[in-house]
Design a protein around this ligand. Sequence first.
Ligand code: UT7
Length: 318
Amino acid sequence: MSVKIIGVGKALPRKKILNSELPEELNTSDEWIRSHTGIGSRYICSENENSAVLGVKAAEAALANAKSNGFFVNSEQIDLIVCSTAVPVHWGFPSNACLIQQSLCADNAAGFDVSAACSGFIYGLQTGRALLNQMNWKYALVIGTEELSRIVNWKDRSSCILFGDGAGAVLLENSEENTEHFGSFVLGTDGKGAEVLYLGTDDILIHMDGHAVYNFAVKKMVEIIQTLMEKDNLSIDDIDLIICHQANERIIQAAAKRLNYPLEKFPILIEEYANTSSASIPISLTDLSENGILKHGMKILLAGFGAGLTWGGCSLTW
Ligand code: UT7
């Protein structure tokens, strides 16, 4: 049995907000935001949009992309929906996966949400892959979808400028092929860092110690990449692209520098979308595949980190 990604898709809210369009009271500037983060704009949900709606659209795009790749999968064939989100439509229940299942008419799918903040897509990918194998299922949708604009503190200029809404999805197929598409996975948590990035229980807003998160992120990205390469016996020459969680372009640049690897192998897609948490990796996969940078047969690494603290990564052949 071999599990592979056969389709990718993304969805963004209708409304795009440039740095220059942020509220004046924030006392920020396009220059500061770009030079400290690489962010130029973000998409924000408006009427009739939320993380479930975006998740459905991204899933539909992944199914359409699979079709264009020659894989005709209808929604009734989907066995599993794993949805990573920090901002579900309902806190608690029902899960976003259930809302998405209903909208897709995926009548035969099991589904649940994963909560691992920005690392959630990697957690979801490994969970989806493991369950396809374990349950002898054929198709799984793994979705990262976020509406961070609902929980950012719009009075805190050091954090609100970072985040954006969006969704990305992949369709996994479990087949009889002998080729293994996924290599190793790394997953980890450190609850000692819970207080550096958390959602307030009373105010339901993001609280962040930016410096602590930054330092953790650079260290962890380096560790994830080195561990995956060691586990799968890879050198940097074997790897075509290292696709990181898009939190801040400076984090990615610092990790590449510390590893002494060419920055060209680290795509940066934060300028338009800002940090879309667990949606950032599947959105990046979609864009890179659509614009022909990510090609069939390429060896890639994925690496993410987030609140919890959590982290995760994997190697795979596209
Ligand atoms: O998915 C994980 C999510 N979180 C992250 O990835 C966050 C990781 N951390 C970071 O990306 C960076 O720490 C930030 C972008 C949050 C902050 O960048 P920094 O270079 O560490 O800036 P700083 O916090 O050291 O602030 C420098 C100055 C301060 O002013 P003073 O004290 O030097 O006068 C801030 O008040 O910049 C000020 N500042 C701003 N100025 C204009 C902070 N935010 C802003 C802003 N616009 N938006």
